[in-house]
Design a protein around this ligand. Structure first.
Ligand SMILES: *Cc1c(COP(=O)(O)O)cnc(C)c1O
Length: 380
């Protein structure tokens, strides 16, 4: 954790709101992922936080990347340098997967120049890929249980288990190659059974595909969902990794390449928000603090990510339950209705929020004329 002295100094130098990225923590998270899942290559899901400096640090640490739009693809290509001299197709598959199952025709046409690895989950997409990106390799995205995940994804994406092999054979029939399978168990998955079920389902689809004559699959992409330690209820990553390794080793031979797409896990704990109190009022007997960052900005995860962030004060004092509101004129701009904060905080005092690196600054807006928080990088 970055020291409070450092946060205070940075807020003094740069003003607020501030979004501090701790690159040492990014490296620690990547190292922890690799240590506990040695068989799995991590493709950092850029949508969690697409800041180019984050991409650079994770690339240097050894990460590959999951992109889901052309701008994300460009961000990665511009920030990963000094690649080993390999054929284009090899490095792009080693370093980038385009993991959005639905792609516009124009996007596919542009992607085709890279001979990319892309996901798909329906028959219409096969026709589009065949026509606009015939040089792509395919991974079929499966629909899997998202039980207990903080953010559910299975209602929007994924082929049902019963249609999976038909979709593999349909792609094969038009001359495309299905390299393997992918899934996503839902973001911030604390129910580790989701991974067990999904890996077992994937193993069954591999088997069924083989039985029906399709033998070219050699990639399993176990997606994202790895939980950030937001509170003590999240069991240690080592425990999840143990479960995943056990299932992978039991069900997938060593020559099957295993990928994952961790987003939140890599960046959540590497981001700290620093904001300033700009207003104070008592409404219906409750103390309300107004700060210069809110849900249209760094706290966007309160709305989009179903995530609750705690605010802490630098100053000590007797606390009470307070409301904390963002700076815009919209009543939706509520950071928290129940934060335990000192009652004696004054205008100009600073607050900070830890573990706010994922799905936060990434969806900041300019609503009401307030720009996103300035980003400061430390320990690069
Ligand atoms: C969002 C997303 C991820 C990252 O998910 P996390 O829960 O942040 O790890 C990975 N893969 C795909 C396809 C996604 O849409």
């Amino acid at each position: 954790m970055v020291s409070l002295t450092t946060l205070k100094r940075l807020a003094g130098e740069h003003g607020t709101p501030l979004f501090v990225v701790d690159h040492a923590e990014l490296r620690r998270n990547y190292a922890m992922f690799k240590k506990h899942l040695p068989r799995v290559q991590a493709y950092y899901a850029v949508k969690a936080n697409s800041n180019p400096e984050i991409v650079r640090t994770l690339f240097k640490a050894g990460a590959s990347f999951d992109v889901a739009s052309l701008p994300e693809l460009r961000t990665v290509c511009e920030n990963i340098k000094n690649l080993p001299a390999k054929k284009r197709q090899q490095w792009i598959w080693d370093k980038i997967i385009y993991a959005n199952p639905i792609k516009a025709n124009e996007t596919l046409a542009e992607l085709d120049h890279y001979n990319p690895l892309v996901t798909y989950d329906n028959a219409e997409e096969i026709r589009k890929i065949k026509k606009f990106a015939p040089n792509a390799g395919l991974a079929l995205r499966l629909k899997v249980a998202n039980t207990g995940a903080m953010v559910e994804l299975s209602s929007k994406f994924g082929a049902a288990p019963g249609e999976a092999v038909d979709l593999i054979l349909a792609a094969d029939k038009v001359g495309l190659t299905v390299e393997g399978l992918s899934f996503h168990v839902g973001s911030q998955t604390t129910n580790f059974e989701n991974y067990v079920q999904a890996i077992n389902l994937a193993a069954n689809i591999f088997k069924e595909a083989k039985e029906r004559g399709y033998k070219k699959m050699n990639v399993l992409d176990i997606g994202g969902g790895f939980p950030a330690p937001y509170d003590d209820s999240v069991k240690p990553f080592a425990e999840l990794a143990y479960t995943i390794n056990r299932e992978l080793d039991r069900l997938f031979p060593k020559d099957i390449q295993i990928l994952a797409e961790p987003g939140r896990f890599m960046v959540a704990t590497a981001g700290i928000g620093v904001s300033r109190i700009i207003g104070k009022a008592v409404r219906d007997g409750k103390l309300c603090y107004y700060i210069d960052d809110g849900v249209y900005h760094t706290f966007s995860g309160v709305i989009f990510d179903h995530c609750h962030y705690h605010l802490k004060a630098f100053k000590k004092g007797p606390t009470q339950i307070c409301s904390v509101f963002g700076p815009t004129c919209d009543a939706l701009d509520v950071v928290s209705m129940a934060e335990q904060l000192p009652a004696n905080l004054a205008l100009g005092d600073l607050l900070y929020s830890e573990n706010i690196g994922a799905y936060s600054h990434a969806s900041s807006t300019y609503f009401n004329g307030f720009p996103p928080a300035e980003i400061v990088h430390i320990n690069r």
